[in-house]
Ligand binder design. Sequence first.
Ligand code: ADP
Ligand code: MG
Length: 455
Amino acid sequence: MKPEQIWQAALGELQIQLTKATYDTWLRDTRYVAFEDNVFFIGTPTGYAKDWLENRLYGTIRRTLQGISRKTVDVKFSVWANAVEGVKVVQNLHGDPTPKAHAKSATVAAPSHFTSDGRILNSKYRFENYIVGKSNRLAHAACIATAENPATAYNPLFLHGGVGLGKTHLLQAIGNYCAAQGMTVLYVSAEDFANELISSIRSHSTENFREKYRKIDVLLMDDVQFIAGKDATQEEFFHTFNALHQNNKQLVLSSDRHPKSFNTLEERLRSRFEWGLTVDIQPPDLETRIAILQSKAEERGREVPADVLDLLARRVQSNIRELEGALNRLLANADLLKMPMNAQLVDHTITEWIPSHQTPTPDAVLKAVAETAQVSLDELKGPSRKKEIAQYRQMAMFLLREEAEQSLPEIGNLLGGRDHTTIKYGHEKIKDEVECNSEVRRMVSQMKERIYNRR
Ligand code: ADP
Ligand code: MG
């Protein structure tokens, strides 16, 4: 295996070993730079990420690399820039990166864009490599329209959808597009916005903070659900929003839910979020999942037989991040175990993966269903024949069987003493609908996310 493949395989492993937040924050945007004298040189987007990886994750990453390459290797991190003109900026910003590393990466990668505070927009998130299907067509079209005509088409543009469905990808694609036209872009997660605000208050520099957020052309704020319930942050964002909107600047926001389903969002912010266009992204259907896998395999320069991609897409339904993770693992397994790319390899990849999701308890499943559906446990278990409740109950049957591995009679007991034939029918019904009804698919994925504590 080539060193770069080993690094990709290690990322696949780490994605499973670490929490999603840790992986996404520190590893997702790293890149392989070089391998020399048994040392992996890995690029990080910021000096901060470099420090963090060195101090907290070094051991884990090194062990993972050794496990895969089956020899003693070391790993070194440095701040990368993926364009020649970027190198200087990054050096100025973050000190002294490994020059050798840059010489190599500079020649291969696409130009990257810097946001107004020197953060790098990730150039891997572009419109060109975003696969469009029924589940995200509208969101994609709205993002293109916004990127082409900022502050005229839809303002704000509000994207919502479950985890791993491509919100960040689209936000960054708008950013890359607008930055290439020379606009001042700022991409920030709502969490970073909140943290920056707090530290500016602490250091008495709120004026600078405001100044920074008010002089940009395009503000991309990711995961705005984070500011709900945080009064000071909401207040500040309210003013930022108004200042930008009044000056005809574009705002693009993303969230895991529709503005209407925020319980603790101030009314005046909620109504502003709905001023422009609100579009959702649904979990992808089978065809889109296959197309995504094809494109990701191509990006990697790998050939995977169509029937293998098809099988993999059928097995991983939840979200695109997991789909990518499964493909990474499949490729790593093919290389490491020298297995041919066939159904058996898919099986191996999926079963190996499952132990990392511990089997949840039936109670955890019922709780997650009730919370997602916003009904009480009593309603779920009770006799109500109301259409929605009956459907949520069937989703519970499905998840108790698929995720908690309960038998039909056990599920009958858990759900207030129902007959096992009722359970069987409910399970099968949802199993079909997950494939053909996007509302059901979306609801069931949200329930799974909650079961596995991913939100
Ligand atoms: P979110 O922000 O909604 O949690 P991300 O934008 O981080 O999701 O997407 C997760 C991963 O899936 C990313 O690597 C992204 O590039 C990829 N992805 C998501 N949607 C698509 C798509 N339609 N086409 C190609 N890749 C996608
Ligand atoms: Mg995201």
